[in-house]
Design a protein around this ligand. Structure first.
Ligand code: ADP
Ligand code: ZN
Ligand code: ZN
Length: 729
């Protein structure tokens, strides 16, 4: 019976396990000829008949489990979305279809006797099959009573049917305003050369890795689109990964306009803000083969597509591809491995490739393709550096806007051109500070200062959410002079409005980003010119393409340089290039103002010259000297617990254990630590870390995991392993 319902390898079923029932995946099907063993139990129900994970995903899960030293069920929980596990189904509504056509005479007679019925009949008869609508929808529109429909059904003229109603996050009213026309584009010479190389790689039907390095605005997306069309036309399927924040309605609409047609089928969009219905429909379209192209954030790399020929990872350098909770996989690296399993092409693209990928290209592992010019010979924007140390002494205090930036903002406003201001988020958390005794309001539970939120008159911890009312006097010395130091995003917004009187200034921050529609509305207003100055964190720097933006200001370039992270210089360089890339995308040249107190720092100077290779060469030399990636892989081991002595003790014990048991087996390994983490306490937990520097993960991780599982840990100690860790605190 189950087989009749479609049970197959990979189906999701409910099975009894002791007294509970659990979800299970069908591994193999065997129909016994004899009475089965009495201990065998029956499958309770078939939750999803189609394979919820494809064969290649099972292999992929196995690799992730080993490489990232994690658990299989955590991986399947990501591969199989909650909506699918919950047994959700596609949404079907009642619709009407024609059962028997009426002759013109019969129709005329009907129109006389029952005009409503005739009207409904005509509507259904003329409805094109691709534009089917629900019964309710049609009755509402034509203002026809349900009884007319019933009569036609009784007469055998119409019949009931079911219509699948797809739930699509990008098909609502707001999306209409963002539609773009599919314009015919002829590729530039550079683009055409890249496309040709990618086609050659695709034709080999084997595992190929390509790194596309293209300056901002050089038309990388066009190259991706051509590559995707090639695959789709040949019947294959594609995954196109972008950082979540780059999935703007504009991007989605552009891709849909260029990719959706009769052969290619619909484009599925996949990100973390989908509700269960939307997610289920998206997944269903992929799992049933209705869709062969998925555009999405990190977890879209697990889309159960068949005949996967190409995986594109745009902005491959983005730290957001690393998941910061279990399983801590890197979306880009998983994409490469999935391409290997499928003997497919993996195309990584960026204006500022990660040094890991660049190094792989230099080693000949990746083919390197380049787009060196902007489309239409548009100039890369001019980058001005403003020394904020001087501005501060001029302003006799801490200046937020330099005189130069303020002047350019006013000029832009007068010319009717737009400005984007970027804040480096961490630096714009306003803390509470007492000028008399130096007291800074700190979180009681974390090693972090509290951030002032003016709107709700509270100070809040960004790590644990702890909240206090704003004190009127210093809690330590009772001074009433307690003030806010740093400048919150709200303050920047107010200041910008003062600098350019009359300008409409709007801010995008975490609160706006959380509300999907609000974010889209703001971007829509900006595009239509209803906003003059857009203020946001660098989070929004991805993928914004507004031709009327001719000025971009980066208020503080320094903060990313002070991060306790060996990638700080790389992040600073990437940030500057990315931010600068938002300017001058239309006909007019763009200008960028970078405010910094370190105008001579190498990443800033190289970014100013848009010299990626110069930067990479210098930075690779630094990395080599200290054995940092890409020359070694880093595995981070975090230990935390309420008792700092105990945490330190266990970290120490473990290190000694490793030095005795692990190191001698693999002489290439180096252990650094244990040491306190840069943020020593979060949520009342004290934190210690160890770094393992290893030449390659695969040969050494299995033994590490084995030792870890056998070690006698204490219940009070939580330890977390993070392979190829990115951006830690
Ligand atoms: P990137 O992804 O490298 O930043 P895009 O692919 O977004 O660049 O291209 C930048 C702009 O140039 C887009 O508006 C795009 O439509 C346009 N464009 C890209 N290629 C061409 C081309 N060959 N001819 C005309 N316009 C193009
Ligand atoms: Zn004080
Ligand atoms: Zn806290």
């Amino acid at each position: 019976d189950l087989i009749r319902k479609g049970l197959t390898r990979g189906s999701l079923v409910k099975i009894p396990l002791g007294h509970r029932s659990e979800l299970g995946l069908v591994e193999a099907i065997d129909v016994p000829s004899e009475v089965p063993d009495a201990r065998l139990r029956f499958i309770q129900s078939l939750e999803q008949p189609f394979p919820v994970v494809t064969n290649d995903l099972i292999q992929l899960a196995d690799w992730i489990q080993k490489y990232y030293a994690t658990e299989l069920d955590a991986i399947f929980e990501i591969m199989i979305p909650g909506a699918v596990r919950k047994g959700m189904q596609i949404q079907q509504r009642k619709a009407l279809q024609l059962k028997q056509s009426l002759s013109p005479d019969a129709l005329a007679a009907l129109a006389k006797r029952a005009p409503q019925q005739a009207k409904l009949y005509q509507f259904i008869a003329e409805q094109p099959p691709s534009e089917k609508r629900t019964r309710q929808d049609i009755l509402n529109q034509l203002k026809i009573s349900p009884s007319s429909a019933e009569s036609l059904i009784q007469k055998g003229i119409l019949e009931d049917c079911l219509l699948t109603v797809s739930r699509d996050a990008y098909m609502d009213g707001l999306a209409q305003g963002e539609q773009v026309e599919a314009q015919e584009i002829s590729l530039t010479e550079e683009q055409a050369a890249c496309v040709a190389s990618i086609r050659t790689a695709l034709a080999k039907q084997s595992f190929q890795r390509i790194l596309l390095h293209g300056v901002t605005g050089s038309g990388k997306t066009e190259v991706y689109i051509e590559a995707m069309n090639t695959v789709l036309a040949a019947g294959g399927s594609v995954i196109y990964l972008v950082p979540e924040v780059a999935l703007t309605p504009q991007t989605v609409s552009r891709l849909r306009a260029r990719l959706e047609n009769e052969t290619n089928g619909p484009v599925v969009v996949w990100h973390s803000h989908l509700n269960d219905g939307e997610r289920y429909d998206a997944w269903h379209a992929i799992a049933t083969g209705k869709s062969r192209v998925v555009v999405g954030a990190r977890s879209a790399v697990f889309a159960p597509l068949k005949n996967l020929r190409l995986i594109i990872v745009d902005e491959e350098h983005e730290p957001a591809y690393k998941q910061d909770e279990t399983p801590r996989y890197h979306g880009r690296d998983v994409a490469v491995y999935r391409a290997l399993i499928n003997q497919a092409v993996c195309l990584l693209g960026s204006a500022t490739p990660s040094l890991e990928s660049l190094y792989n290209a230099q080693q000949g592992k990746y083919e390197l393709l380049q787009l060196t010019k902007r489309i239409d010979h548009r100039q890369l924007p001019t980058i001005h550096l403003v020394d904020m140390k001087r501005e501060n002494s001029k302003a006799k205090g801490s200046a937020i806007f330099s005189v130069y930036l303020a002047e350019l903002m006013r000029q832009r406003f007068e010319k009717g051109e737009q400005t984007i201001l970027f804040l480096n988020r961490r630096g714009y958390d306003a803390s509470l500070h007492c000028p008399d005794c130096g007291h800074v309001a700190m979180c009681d539970h974390c090693d972090l200062s509290l951030t002032h939120h003016r709107r709700d008159k509270a100070i809040r911890c960004h790590l644990c959410g702890h909240e206090e009312p704003v004190p009127t006097t210093c809690p330590k010395c009772r001074s009433p002079k307690i003030i806010y130091r740093g400048s919150g995003t709200q303050k920047i917004e107010d200041l910008a409005a003062k600098i350019v009187p009359g300008a409409r200034v709007v801010r995008i921050d975490a609160d706006t980003m959380g509300k999907k529609n609000l974010f889209r509305e703001v971007l829509g207003d900006f595009r239509r010119g209803r906003i003059d100055v857009l203020v946001g964190t660098q989070m929004i720097a991805k993928g914004l393409d507004f031709p009327n933006v001719t000025l971009v200001g980066l208020l503080d370039a320094d903060i990313s340089m002070h991060l306790p992270d060996f990638r700080a210089a790389e992040r600073t360089f990437q940030l500057l290039v990315q931010v600068a890339g938002r300017a001058g995308r239309g006909d007019r040249a763009g200008e960028v103002v970078v405010q910094t107190s370190l105008p001579h720092a190498p990443p800033i100077l190289y970014a100013r010259q848009q010299d990626f290779h110069g930067f990479a060469e210098e930075e690779l030399a630094n990395r080599k000297e200290f054995n940092y990636p890409p020359f070694r892989h880093l595995i981070h081991h975090l230990f935390r617990g309420k008792n700092p002595e105990k945490v330190a003790f266990f970290a120490q014990q473990w290190t000694q254990h490793l030095e005795a048991e692990w190191l001698p087996l693999y002489p290439g390994i180096e252990i650094r630590g244990p040491a306190p983490c840069p943020i020593e306490k979060i949520k009342d937990h004290y934190r210690f870390q160890i770094w393992y520097f290893v030449p390659n993960v695969t040969p050494v991780i299995g033994k590490l995991q084995e030792l870890r599982k056998a070690f006698k840990w204490d219940r009070d100690i939580i330890e977390v392993l993070d392979v190829d860790a990115v951006g830690l605190i």
